[in-house]
Ligand binder design. Structure first.
Ligand SMILES: *[C@@H]1O[C@H](CO)[C@@H](O)[C@H](O)[C@H]1NC(C)=O
Ligand SMILES: *[C@@H]1O[C@H](CO)[C@@H](O)[C@H](O)[C@H]1NC(C)=O
Ligand SMILES: *[C@@H]1O[C@H](CO)[C@@H](O)[C@H](O)[C@H]1NC(C)=O
Ligand SMILES: CC(=O)N[C@H]1CO[C@H](CO)[C@@H](O)[C@@H]1O
Length: 891
């Protein structure tokens, strides 16, 4: 749009808002938009298409209305329906297929659980579940708006709906249903505050209908900034307000909650299987000042008898925080000695790498210049921001040379002989974070005119509860249904192909990529604030405006490839901060820069479940004992025990706070020894669950409602969760308390520590005298759980331990379970075993496939109950067998 027109338009909007205030006669409100009219409706066996035409005078609320659109519905599987509304010329940006590969497939609509119908004028569509006629999605009553920099689509919902997902956030697991906005815009968020946009973008929700017991899921595959509003001021609804891209929806029919998760995993690509050792206990902190200090921590863990699987180092190891360098206090030979020492004891080492490269004369920067991979401004100069090392450039993950550049930095710096031989990788700051506030006229200058890195890491100032709360108050509640607000405009940015890139799906030309008229509720204000400028153009012509939310996931994919180059046969582990739809197929996620506070200990559970249960990122966990602020002994003990049930189990602390390694207090050391003992004995049980998630999408952790979809008491429970299919974890939830009351759904249950039945199912029960070293764990009746007979100091040693089984019969006396065995680290396995156990009260059976060679045996099995019975087995894990209890020796 030409500048003059833009200015006119701006004046007009100013004038209209003036009129709105004075005359209170709104002229241009979204609700007055004309909507669309459908024509040429065609239904085939597997699709429904239509042409959409603007049904009246353009309303141009936040841009210009597009006149001609296309509607497409395609039945892809019996449970998945894909619906798109896009511009006729296909110029509007769409998430590139090479970043997020799309699922394909086509089935007859007759075979599908879902149906779709459209109304022609005003255009609306409805998705229904055929089995009971339930309307899953219905856009009637609210006109579709589709403009150059804004689109809006609203679905009505049943009252008081049970909605989950739409991350990343730290809000309630079951989402609020009134005046609630979920904003998607990747952001470096110190202290992970509630009701704000955080590091990752996952615009998928799960909805559970308790009346039918059915669940479904809806993914909006769109990477633009957006506000998803959930409100009940005009009937209950969910409304997408998106500043670009197309309407690209995937409907998953369930019908069970677990089915929805599995169906979602068909879209995200299955999560990456991680090495067995990644489930061990990890220690990290920001603020280890030298390689000697790191080595001391390793030694002190060993002295304390606490199994330390992996040692980590934050950016401290770098020379002035420059990526791919070693600082004075971390000389190469000492680093190599440290790592050799760790490897000799079957322990591991991980360091952090950030995307931003210091714009200084050193190899990583010079190599980046030579391969031309940094993001550039319109005038061709390198775009600069400010991150840890000071002035930095940012890799353009769209660049055709960027993978080679990244591979080469990794191959050199992390060379096993001549470099730092890391075992896995941690990537951070990849929203991307930039300390420089927009417009960042001088990236050398800090917030208060300070020129060097004097701000502490990860916005520590933001972290004091007081500051965080004040910010929340001042920044958070923007006007609900706000009136367009007009900024002083800058000249419209140059965009490659702006003379018409018909059908390229790279974005309409002439948009204002800095100040779109619709302002999403970004906690940092304008889109470009404290990140890369949104008018930057990536190689190939994609704008940062459209692809900002992909930056972390593109870095993740590139980093995984670089790690594979180093060790082509091993499963890479990469832990990232920023994620997008599908990230779990490359990486895991730590839950960001947490606070050492009691509320965060609890919040970590719902934050974790989002990723594992809803977003298919199973390797997730919060910083145990909390990152920011000071951890107290009591909190750290409780958190060390809770963290033993996160897939990703890492203690991590910020610089400048007192140390919080588990050995620092005797009670925490005791808690760590006990919790790790339980975790490690159960490691193959959870490894089996993780493997299952990577194969069929069944979440390895889940909230209660996903297991008890007909029990309305479970819908909002967010401080208890299932660890694997059979164990219910119920942490103490109050700081000063040693007791915990929690809900126990109707089923048969056994206490993990006594192995005896627990009564009170269907009610809230109370555990008293829960010591700091303990956590109530309940075993669900009907399960068989494999355990190692003993724990060990490393997961390598653990792999030499034999197994035993715990049989927890259901009300009918039956139980079943499974065990997956492989070598723990090869990308392509020589042979794996997938073993199923079953019990009918008299006979224990083992069946399955047995291609993993092992001499380990199942020593015994115990039948849980009032009178626990343990039988000697001494059976191998290399072929099927069955035994009646009559033939077995009772131990
Ligand atoms: C390790 O333990 C020793 C002896 O208790 C202690 O003096 C030292 O501060 C500890 N160092 C670290 C880094 O934990
Ligand atoms: C950028 O973010 C800071 C908070 O870090 C805020 O104070 C400032 O107002 C924001 N600037 C803009 C232009 O939104
Ligand atoms: C929930 O109830 C529905 C219908 O009443 C039933 O078909 C389904 O099996 C139940 N699910 C569970 C897990 O009990
Ligand atoms: C997720 C969570 O608990 N967030 C909290 C982080 O800490 C700040 C400051 O203490 C709180 O305001 C957030 O609610």
């Amino acid at each position: 749009m030409p500048v003059t027109l833009t200015l006119l338009h701006a004046c007009f909007l100013l004038w209209t808002s003036f009129i709105q205030w004075t005359v209170s006669a709104p002229l241009k409100r979204p609700d007055s938009c004309p909507g669309y009219k459908a024509s040429n409706v065609q239904r085939s066996d597997s699709s429904l298409t239509a042409d959409l035409t603007l049904a009246g005078t353009p309303c141009n609320v936040y841009g210009e209305d597009l006149h001609d659109l296309k509607f497409l519905a395609e039945w892809q599987t019996d449970s998945r329906l894909h619906i798109m509304v896009y511009d006729k010329d296909e110029q509007v940006y769409q998430v590139p297929e090479f970043v997020v590969p799309r699922p394909t497939g086509s089935v007859s609509s007759d075979a599908s659980m879902l149906d779709v119908s459209i109304e022609e004028e005003p255009f609306s569509f409805t998705v229904t579940r055929k089995s009971n006629g339930e309307e899953i999605f219905n856009t009637k009553g609210s006109n579709l708006i589709f403009e150059t920099q804004y689109w809006r689509l609203r679905t009505s919902l049943p009252s008081n709906p049970s909605l989950y997902g739409l991350g990343e956030h730290t809000d309630s697991l079951r989402l609020p249903t009134s005046e609630y906005i979920r904003t998607m815009w990747a952001r470096d968020a110190g202290a992970v505050p509630e009701k704000t946009n955080l590091y990752g973008t996952h615009p998928v929700y799960y909805e559970h209908r308790i009346d039918s017991g059915n669940s479904h899921g809806v993914l909006l595959l769109n990477s633009n900034g957006m506000d998803i509003k959930i409100n009940d001021d005009d009937g209950q609804y969910l409304e997408y307000n998106v500043i670009g891209g197309v309407i690209d929806l995937y409907f998953m029919a369930g019908p069970s909650p677990m089915d929805v998760a599995r169906e979602y995993s068909e879209i995200t690509q299955k999560a990456a299987m991680l090495p067995y050792w990644s489930l061990g206990f990890h220690q990290c902190r920001f603020g280890y000042k030298s390689v000697e200090e790191v080595a001391e921590v390793v030694a002190n863990y060993s002295k304390a008898g606490i199994p330390l699987e992996t040692m980590w180092t934050d950016i401290d190891y770098m020379d002035n925080f420059k990526v791919f360098t070693l600082g004075e206090k971390f000389p190469l030979s000492d680093m190599q000695d440290l790592i050799k020492g760790l490897h000799a004891k079957d322990q591991h080492y991980i360091v952090m790498v950030d995307p931003a490269v210091a714009a200084q004369d050193y190899p990583a920067y010079n190599n980046g210049l030579d391969s031309d991979i940094f993001l550039k401004k319109a005038d061709g100069s390198i775009y600069k921001g400010r991150v840890w090392p000071g002035v930095t450039a940012f890799p353009d993950w769209f660049h055709s040379n960027v993978q080679n550049y990244w591979n080469s930095e990794f191959t050199t710096f992390f060379d096993p002989e001549t470099g730092v031989d890391i075992d896995a990788l941690w990537i951070d700051m990849n929203e991307p974070s930039n300390f420089c506030e927009y417009p960042c006229n001088d990236p050398r200058v800090g917030d208060h005119g300070v020129t060097q890195v004097e701000i502490s890491k990860h916005n520590i100032q933001d972290a004091s509860p007081h500051v965080a709360a004040t910010q929340a108050l001042t920044l958070q509640p923007k006007v609900w249904n706000k009136i367009p607000h007009v900024h002083a405009r800058r000249p419209v940015s140059r965009q490659e192909g702006s003379t018409g890139n018909g059908g390229k799906k790279k974005g309409l030309p002439g948009r204002d990529l800095i100040y779109p008229l619709y302002e999403i509720n970004n906690h940092l204000g304008v889109l470009s604030n404290r990140t890369a400028d949104t008018d930057l153009i990536h190689q190939g012509g994609w704008t940062e405006y459209d692809t900002h939310n992909l930056y972390g996931t593109m870095m993740s994919a590139a980093s995984r490839k670089s790690m594979l180059k180093r060790r082509p046969d091993k499963r890479p582990m990469v832990i990232t901060r920023s994620t997008f739809v599908g990230a779990g197929s490359y990486v895991g996620h730590w839950l960001g820069d947490n606070v050492s506070s009691w509320d965060q200990y609890l919040t970590s559970i719902r934050h974790l479940l989002q990723f594992v249960s809803f977003f298919q990122v199973p390797m997730a966990g919060a910083d145990v004992c909390g990152f920011l602020n000071e951890a107290t002994e009591h909190l750290c003990a409780r958190w060390t025990v809770l963290g033993a049930f996160y897939p990703f189990y890492r203690n991590h602390n910020v610089d400048g706070q007192p140390p919080q390694e588990a050995y620092r207090w005797e009670s925490v050391a005791a808690a760590a020894r006990k919790a790790i003992d339980i975790r490690y004995r159960l490691l193959d049980y959870i490894y089996t669950a993780m493997h299952k998630q990577t194969v069929d999408g069944t979440p390895m952790l889940a909230p209660l409602w996903m297991h008890f979809p007909n029990d309305s008491n479970t819908l909002a429970i967010q401080t208890q969760f299932f660890y694997g299919p059979s164990l219910l974890i119920n942490p103490v939830t109050e700081e000063s308390s040693t007791s915990v009351s929690f809900y126990l759904p109707s089923s048969t249950w056994y206490d993990f520590s006594t192995q005896k039945p627990v009564s009170g199912a269907g009610k809230t029960i109370t555990y008293s005298d829960v010591a700091d070293t303990d956590i109530p764990i309940l075993v669900r009746g009907g399960s068989i759980i494999p355990l190692r007979v003993k724990s060990a100091m490393t997961t390598r040693a653990l792999r030499d331990q034999n197994f035993e089984l715990w049989v927890a019969p259901d009300a009918d006396g039956n139980a079943e379970g499974s065990l997956y065995l492989d070598d723990g680290e090869s990308l392509v396995q020589d042979g794996t075993s997938e073993i199923r156990f079953s019990w009918d009260g008299l006979t224990l059976k083992m069946e399955g496939t047995f291609r993993f060679e092992t001499k380990l045996v199942l020593k015994s099995f115990s039948v849980l109950g009032d009178d626990v019975r343990t039988y000697r087995l001494d059976e191998g894990l290399d072929g099927p067998w069955e035994h009646g209890v009559g033939d077995l020796e009772l131990l």
